[in-house]
Design a protein around this ligand. Structure first.
Ligand SMILES: [Zn+2]
Ligand SMILES: [Zn+2]
Length: 186
């Protein structure tokens, strides 16, 4: 995802608003930072925000929304996920218009700086990094997902699964159950 910020150098407001949706995420998945059980569609990443030129510095502030599909940790059903987070960076400009604009000397970590080459900012590396950090580590289709029966592989509680019934009754108790069943019938 590349954004051309050249117009900010001629703009009198010094602000460039943008709203970009990905049209491919190969460059993000190729970093190897996104776990492969998280499947992001080509248009799954949306970044909205602005670049702001303040004195000799340029700042990016944006919000990122990522839609993806993954599998429930317990029942393995496919589920839809969405993660949102804010992204703030300083921009170091090299080449083209605005060359020589630098980032503040102090108060900014080098990790918080992204590069604009010939006035174009490539957000993919920083997006890959942030998405990897912000993704949940556990995925459930619902908080009370019962998971799968280890014997037949059906969802626990599925009427078709009779495994629990069969397994839970100790043969020594079966005789007692029979007695109880009989007494209920009386
Ligand atoms: Zn589940
Ligand atoms: Zn079962």
């Amino acid at each position: 995802m590349k954004i051309d910020i050249n117009e900010i150098f001629s703009s009198h407001t010094g602000v460039l608003d943008f709203d970009v949706t990905s049209d491919g995420i190969r460059e993000i998945t190729e970093t190897g930072m996104i776990p492969d059980y998280v499947r992001i569609p080509d248009d799954g990443i949306r970044v909205t925000g602005q670049f702001r030129s303040a004195g000799e510095f340029i700042y990016l502030s944006a919000s990122v929304t990522v839609r993806y599909k993954t599998d429930c940790d317990r029942c393995l059903r496919e589920i839809d996920g969405e993660t949102s987070f804010d992204l703030r960076r300083s921009v170091a400009v090299s080449g083209g218009a605005g060359r020589g604009q630098t980032v503040p000397d102090d108060g900014v970590d080098e990790e918080d700086v992204i590069a604009a080459t010939d006035g174009v900012v490539d957000l993919d590396p920083v997006l890959a990094e942030e998405i990897a950090l912000m993704l949940p580590t556990h995925f459930l289709c619902s908080e009370d997902c019962p998971g799968l029966c280890p014997v037949c592989g059906r969802l626990r509680g599925d009427p078709e699964c009779k495994c629990a019934e069969k397994k839970e009754i100790d043969p020594r108790l079966a005789i007692l159950k029979k007695l109880l069943d009989n007494s209920e019938e009386v």
